[in-house]
Design a protein. Sequence first.
Lengths: 127, 509
Amino acid sequence: MSPRTMVLLAVLPLAGCQNPTRGFDTRTNDDVYAVHWNTATGREILVDEYFTIHASIDPEPRSVSIDAGMPEHRHGMLHEPSTRRLSHDTWLASDMLFHMPGRWRVQFDITDADGTVHRAESDIVLE
Amino acid sequence: MFLELLLSVTAPLPAHHAWTVDTGPTQAVAALDDHHIIVCGTAGTSYIANIGGIPHVTHGLHDGRVFVAADVTPAGDLLLLDGEHHTVVVGVGGLLASHDFGSQGNRLTQFNHPTDIASNGHRIAVADTGNRRVLLFDMAGANMGLYDSVDGAPLALPTSVAMSDDGTLFIGDEATHKVYALNADGSHRWTIGGWGKAPGRFAEPSGLDERDGELLVADRLNHRIQAIDAATGKLIDWWGMHALKLREGNGRIHYPEDVAFTSEGCVVAEPFERRIQGFTIGEPDRTAAPTQPTGSQSHFGPRMGLHGRTLVVFEPEIRAFHVFDIDRSTPMLLSTFGEPGDDPGCVQQPIGFAFEDTNEGLLVSVTDAADGDTHTWRLDLPPVDRPRFDVDFVKLLRTTPATHAAAIGPPFKRTSQLPDGRRVALTQLDQLVIGEDERRIVFGDLGTDHGQFWHPTEIVVDHNGRILVLDHGNHRMQFFDGDGAWLMTFGTGRAYTPQNTPSMREDAP
């Protein structure tokens, strides 16, 4: 099974059902940080409805910035979300809004103690 | 006062095409008096020409220097900026140079690749681009201060300055895409811009000039001039449509680098078109551009990176990189990555590519002139026998902050070497030279056909021994064999090539 297929299988339950999910696990593209995230309510993400992301990151980073965009369309959301720290390893991104159907990519830009930024990504397909 | 401001805002703008002067690549222009302009070209080709379209050179300004910018004070004193020697040359009463000051460095009387100069006769402002700052001097060359930030925002690539009679300083920043105004006491007056195409936004504001309360901005990648109210920072108007074909005139503008008021209107320097256009007062020309460009749909930037069969070229207009497999019969676009902004993975002006085969895969690192940060991506390209386009082939691994924030990159790669040892080079006249002895091959006239170039910037010999020419001005790449025979022309869309390729003319077997 290809990694891409695994991602899609992980995504589809969230995109296709109304039940709370157990969230997503991903890692930075350079394999330095592990990210577990979910919507703060545990509910699925819907088109044109604001949501909040709750993320746990290991090991503890210096800072995190969470954003999202549509890779094929080369655009982001219609406004900037805000990311704040909840505890030493948990972060909250509010005012997330996917304004159209299609594939969205949630990006976690994780800054380490040296100032280097590492990126983790999760794809969500909205219908 | 109100009436004056109203007049300023509603005055007709200089927008009618009036005349054109063919020049070489010209990076700056300034009005000397009612009858003459100063033209600063590359490689020490600066001169003074008559206003009105007559390419009559009255005075050469070479003198072993490479002037990159000029300004004239209200009293008529001439200021020239020598980018090669990092020096300001002051001429009192016109051309007679009275003194100069400056050297290369980062102290208060030193510059690192300065790019623009402005003066009101009392103070001189220099865009010290390589040091990410603007320096102020008195007319004798004594430092009067510096700006490395405006209203708390650091300057990233300040490449243009203008100064009004009352000492208001205007700064154009090509990385933040903003224009700033500072009062004579240094306080912040206004900021306008940010990346974008809408009027009031900019894509690389590269030249400024102010007169009578109106600031003109050469908005390079938007191919237009925008007029700003110098007092308030409000947009007055904009004009000049994107020239889609080379040498398209009649008021169309292609990559304007600088702008200057004249007694009759203004002049615009377009190094890309190797010309100066003069405009007089009239109604703005906003003829709608064709919705479907008839020429190129890609805009290859001036730098490229090559590793084996993988070619990476930057497209400044969308702040993105294109990845090609060049070993196919026609090079194939495999992925596009990057976007405008200053977030991780966003590059404003790439100044260096580095490839590395690692345990993580093939990595490409790019250093950004805007902040010195280095961005590293992993290229997970498809198997050679199953090529396709996918934005997911490229993943950002990390963005590393600058340890030394270089704003000026290494020189363009204009020499390379063939497998048999022969040297390949682009000359100052933008011709390609293969070999060095009496059997050397020289070709590459100015033009748009195969084997012709328009502002080629870099060359490289690939692993097949082919010569790759980044034909930047034609928005395309061209391939040649080691004997100079044309092999191929390509871009991301249609390239500026009038003739079909020979292979396309052949009948199918």
